[in-house]
Design a protein around this ligand. Sequence first.
Ligand SMILES: [Mn+2]
Length: 286
Amino acid sequence: MGLSLKYSAPNPPFLASHPTQHPQVILLGAPLDCTETFRPGTAAAPQRIRAVSDSIESYSHVLDRDLEDLRFVDRGDLALSELDLDAALEEIRRATEEQSAAGGLVVLLGGEHTLTLSGTRALHARHPDLAVLHLDAHLDMIQEYDGLRVAHGTVFRRIADELGLGQIVQLGVRSGTRQEFRDATQCRYSSPALSLPRHIFDWLSERPVYLSLDIDVLDPAHAPGVGNPEAGGPTFSELLSLLYSLRSLHVVGLDLVEVLPNIDHGDNTSVAAAKLLREMILAFAR
Ligand SMILES: [Mn+2]
């Protein structure tokens, strides 16, 4: 307790964010890049996504809301580069806890998917009935990877250890081991499709939700700049349609992870991420 958080000033900040009292939405960059298995580089994502966010409008025609009308602040990136994985995860958890204290929506911008464990830890402490909606090409539910219990391929197994498999809903998942797919049947719901059955939507409607969006849930044609591309995914428009359909849910925290700028094509993945962030913020800000 009492340790001060270390942020670097965002330069530039995310589109239309601004210093404000009592923010409705708080963006936190979490450039975590410790356990990538195939190719690293996701630590550069928060700054790249901010840099390209200026290329899109702050107004959403579909939602008829504008980021400029929200109390929306970008706190910059957490200083994680000197920390080992455990210390970095604790720093992200503590920052999420601190920033969510006043009730605003905390948006974590990764970074590798492992950071979701920090976001759900912080918000589960505040909301014991927290549900996690996981959008991803990958189940991320192996027990251990190369001897690591905490890594981006095991993160939903660790979240399940803490919240229970019954609190997890997964959509878009189309890649995993046989054991992962067996384990996923114990989740509240798990499907390669990007749609929710009515009873699962109703269940989510009755509790606070943490939304975790791995950009690789998209087909690689729509998001080429990712560490582990998995063909056979949905289009950008299909993902947006799903997100719009979730608008009535009480989302208390969300993250967008796994953008890999150093192998992106023409910044398409970073720009797509910026647009997804805009739409999620406008959809879920209260
Ligand atoms: Mn993934």
